[in-house]
Design a protein around this ligand. Sequence first.
Ligand code: ZN
Length: 426
Amino acid sequence: MEFWRPEVEALPPEKLRAHQEKLLLEYVKYAYEHSPYYRRQFDERGLRPEDIKNLDDFFEKVPMISKLEIIENEREKPPFGEFLAVPPDKVVRIFISPGPIFYPLTKDELENAVEMCAACFYTCGVRAGDVVDVAFAYNWVPAGTVFDDACRRIGAAVIPAGTGFTDMHIQVMRAASVTAFVGTPSFLMQIGKRAQELGLKPKQDLRLRVGVFTGEAVPDSLKRELNALFGLAPMEIYAAAEVGIMARECPAAASGKVRGLHIYEDIVLELIDPKTGEHVPPGEPGEVVATFLQRRSMPLLRYRTGDLAAGLEEGVCECGRSSSRLLKIVGRVSDVVKVRGMFVVPSQVESVLRRHPELGRFQMVIERPATLDELTIVVESKDRSEELRKTLESELKEVIKLRASVEFVDKLYEDAKLVVDKREFE
Ligand SMILES: [Zn+2]
């Protein structure tokens, strides 16, 4: 087995936890001593860094932070609000993400960010000698430049392609024998289709052997299509500008032997119930909350990503890594409804209905006629047969793990809401 950082990637689970706790205690102390924001947060709660002795204390006592709180704080005192935790002249890069949110980085931190991405790309199979097309934006956000640096650190040659210019990508992929693609899966699909229009056979005429995808949902069906079209290994990473790469797929997961994306070893990742803030039971879906233990210019403790993941899987993987695996991101927390204690995401319902191209738009209606929630999927359909209704209900049950009734209508209102919650909450 090959690891970029064997000293942490191959640690047994209990040693990995110890590694994280050691970093965490230093990090909490650092945040308290250097970040005016965390100094205030801790003082207001009468909390001292010494009160955090392990991960459980951290989860129990340290407040979470959302994107909105960062935006508001920075807006009051631009550009970094109360977050800057290093002398201003140590900042060498400022990344901007929509909001806008300003992220300062020092030279050392940029090194850490590149190292993190290199470790993750290496897990995905990028190697020295690869020629990589980096098809993420190089302006404002970290993606393009940091991924570029990471591929070069591995020893690959990088084409700083950025977004757009489909035909140019095809031309360059052929001429320079590009072997790896880093970008969104939908853009690579567009490249593949365009190549076919131009009379090329992507599998034979191009040399792509690995694709590293992020930036949007990466459905398994799309991965299979990309594999069939290019003959490449479709690998997924999960990233956010606020944290970095939080998780990446390993070859064992890509081949379907195990599920999920390994969490980066220097990140503490939790799944919470977005309503209560409590940890969800093992294996259940929840909002991703992440702490990158190496971020020094702008420490963020327990950052709420707003992404809902299907669950976490524990246990040492066939690839030899022991970090837990994050299951699929199924949607945004803002789109989620809780029915009978289970999260239901419109995109899950949509994925079932899409298997039947004859169906039109749909609406999710949740009611509580007595004590139990009832979920009805109202869907536009010409076919009103009992057979179709039964098929849909059983397919839905499989995906959303809940019984839902299906109702057919000719047409929904033009601006019908996706989710209608008729329950009354006290
Ligand atoms: Zn693995």
